[in-house]
Design a protein around this ligand. Structure first.
Ligand code: C2E
Ligand code: C2E
Ligand code: C2E
Length: 91
């Protein structure tokens, strides 16, 4: 299995997300807006998402969850501390 072993919440920085080019960040931005709509949570600067959602997003981006995590940190959408605290099990 590829269980996400993190006990730290995945918190997206929506301001950074909004300033990224749509061709790269588009799928993530749509995913985040869908969650905001489902929760009726529109006013936040950040959005806490499920660990499971990062796995779904990795499939969308055709990356491993670790690769996507690194990309999100490069984009400034995830806090750099996430790299060491988000652990993923083997295949
Ligand atoms: P926290 O989870 O560490 O979140 C800290 C602050 O980040 C929150 O302060 C809020 O301003 C922002 N934040 C985090 N995730 C989201 C999100 O998905 N949407 C939005 N709009 N903002 C977010 P806040 O609201 O004063 O909450 C303080 C603490 O209270 C939170 O710390 C959390 O421990 C708890 N809390 C608040 N709402 C909920 C909730 O719906 N469920 C749970 N389980 N805890 C909550
Ligand atoms: P649902 O999964 O049936 O969850 C129903 C309600 O249970 C949620 O209503 C929320 O109040 C609570 N809930 C479920 N899981 C959690 C959790 O891990 N943390 C917290 N703090 N609360 C939780 P809400 O927020 O109005 O969401 C309605 C529906 O929108 C959810 O129904 C789900 O289908 C979807 N949704 C909302 N946020 C997310 C998300 O971050 N990821 C995914 N995959 N779906 C989400
Ligand atoms: P949180 O609310 O502090 O929840 C932390 C973890 O407790 C969640 O991690 C999940 O493993 C578990 N949990 C909390 N509430 C529920 C629940 O109603 N049903 C189930 N099956 N598990 C629950 P997870 O899934 O990685 O979510 C991380 C954070 O994302 C949550 O922290 C919350 O801030 C946010 N979140 C996730 N799903 C929802 C949702 O449906 N609605 C809202 N409003 N927030 C959500």
């Amino acid at each position: 299995s590829s269980a996400v072993t993190s006990s730290t919440k995945i918190v997206l920085n929506l301001e950074s997300l909004g300033s990224l080019p749509a061709d790269e960040a588009g799928p993530l931005a749509r995913y985040a807006s869908t969650i905001q709509a489902q929760r009726h949570d529109y006013n936040g600067k950040v959005l806490s998402i499920r660990a499971e959602d990062l796995k779904s997003l990795a499939i969308i981006y055709d990356m491993s969850p670790d690769e996507l995590t690194s990309r999100l940190i490069e984009w400034g959408v995830l806090n750099p501390g996430m790299e060491s605290v988000v652990g993923f099990g083997g295949p």
